[in-house]
Design a protein around this ligand. Structure first.
Ligand code: KIV
Length: 281
């Protein structure tokens, strides 16, 4: 394979599993995307992993939480992301209630993500989800875990609250992470915890951690596309860095288009087809 071909090769789940920073690997870069253009743009930026997250519910579909999105809806977005044929590894997020009921349904839902174009799936929870993790892995589908502030638990948590704030809670998170690793996950997202907890979980594992609001010591970081680009209606959480405030730029561009249409300045001579000679006289 040529050097260029090598550079474009997709990262497999085992290759991600090997990306532990203490082994000298560079941090994993994950970002969400939900459609072909966003997948193409983030892939061109060189990210390692594209997460088709259930955050699509918040940032694309206008819901106030992630509980109102189905397997079919996320699979639809996975298909659009896969159409970009990204080099980055595609993770399909399993939504709430898609892995909570029974083993067969859980495996079928994970397979729906794979058939839509995902190379692995992500699910939330620790000890309480070990059976689901094992069932999916038994069907040869790699699983990424997700611990800490797990948005699908918003009702049980009483809001989107930082987790692991006591020694006992932090210890439980570490135990959950170790249990997920023993069940075979290839990486774990750790969200919304004090940085020390991010570090303890990371240090306790052989698989990489990918942090979001979990401090600088995790083996990688993930951000939501619309949050980091200023495209989200929601106030971004404290841990988000807005790398470009695209929302106002888009509004300004569309407003200029509207002005041009209303004033007759659009379309101009450069934006119309040439008149065939037969139509000229
Ligand atoms: O759905 C999502 O975007 C996520 C990230 C916040 C990790 O799960």
């Amino acid at each position: 394979m040529s050097a260029a071909g090598e550079a474009r090769r997709s990262l497999s789940a085992p290759a991600i599993r090997a990306r532990k920073r203490r082994g000298g690997a560079s941090p994993l870069v994950m970002v969400t995307a939900y459609d072909e253009p966003s997948a193409r743009l983030v892939d061109e930026a060189g990210v390692d992993i594209i997460l088709v997250g259930d955050s699509v519910a918040n940032v694309v579909l206008g819901h106030s939480d992630t509980l109102h999105v189905s397997v079919e809806e996320i699979a639809h977005h996975v298909r659009a992301v896969a159409a970009a044929k990204p080099r980055a590894h595609i993770v399909g997020d399993l939504p709430w209630m898609s892995y909570h009921v029974d083993r067969a349904e859980t495996v079928r839902n994970a397979a729906t993500m794979v058939r839509a174009g995902a190379q692995s799936v992500k699910l939330e929870g620790g000890h309480n989800r070990i059976d689901a993790v094992r069932a999916i892995i038994d069907a040869e589908i790699p699983v990424m875990g997700h611990l800490g502030l797990t948005p699908q638990s918003v009702l049980a948590m009483g809001g989107f609250k930082v987790q692991g704030k006591t020694r006992a809670a932090a210890k439980m998170l570490v135990e959950d992470a170790v249990a997920l690793e023993a069940a075979g996950v290839f990486a774990i997202v750790i969200e919304g915890v004090p940085p020390e907890v991010g570090q303890w979980v990371t240090d306790a594992l052989e698989v990489p951690t990918i942090g979001i609001g979990a401090g600088p010591s995790t083996d990688g970081q993930v951000l939501v596309f619309h949050d980091m680009l200023g495209l989200s209606a929601r106030t971004p959480p404290k841990f988000v860095r807005v790398y470009a405030d695209m929302g106002p730029q888009i509004t300004e561009a569309i407003a200029r288009y509207a002005d041009d249409v209303r004033s007759g300045a659009f379309p101009g001579p450069a934006e119309v087809y040439e008149t065939p000679s037969e139509l000229r006289d």
